[in-house]
Design a protein around this ligand. Sequence first.
Ligand SMILES: [Zn+2]
Length: 274
Amino acid sequence: MTPAADEAYGRDGAAVEAYGRGRAVEDAPLGDQAAADRTVCNQTAPEETAPDETAPEETAPDETASDQDAQQLTAFSRTLYGRGWMPGTAGNLSVRRPGATVLITASGRAKGELTARDMVVVHADTGAEVSRGELRASAETAIHCAVYGTTHARAVIHVHSPYATAIASRTGHPTRLRMLRVERFELLKGLGLADPTRTDVPVFPNWPEVPRIAADVASRLASTPHAPPGLLIADHGITTWGRDLAQARDRLECLEAICQLLLLTGTGPQAAND
Ligand SMILES: [Zn+2]
């Protein structure tokens, strides 16, 4: 049993309703909401954080690196848009940068038409924009901050891909955290899990207030160090992360494909929870 499963079955004593390969674990608590509110954008990265993050020579802004980051964000955005995973202006991508900042796609921009200038630098701890310009940071910046503050992630991708969103709709609940248990699929090996045979993917409520979603995410990830590198938001979409955009994208592809398989095989959650 994976640590995540321990979390769902043991400590929380959550009831489980099985749907074959994809199961919805009921009523997992979100933990201390107040604490999460305090820590969502103030998390200190765990000890194992990549050593280069704190290397003195990398704490100063590096324009060359940031340009490369912006170009990468542009390229990945266009590719994901081309797959139909970022319809309209949906979705957002970011990379963590030296100096405790994050470069994130701007709000309200069509992701298939982004340029390297359509990016905003924010503080990794608060999500606040470093300098006030014409562009606003993504409306979902707080969720990126929550991931950066509680994991080793150096890149985060959030999209509204259809299969993951469908599974999130079937599994999710308006006000409660749910778990999607996924078992046996070979694609689980693409997530870098300690136990690649099974994992519990959290499905968060899609609160209208994004900071509240971010607080839930921070609370869950802070208390579940072996959580999979991805999460779902009910009726909304999927977020994945990794050491760079390529790894975050690979993990996104695996989870999207798993959600597609759950639907194709009829082994996913069959209906929305109450
Ligand atoms: Zn979204």
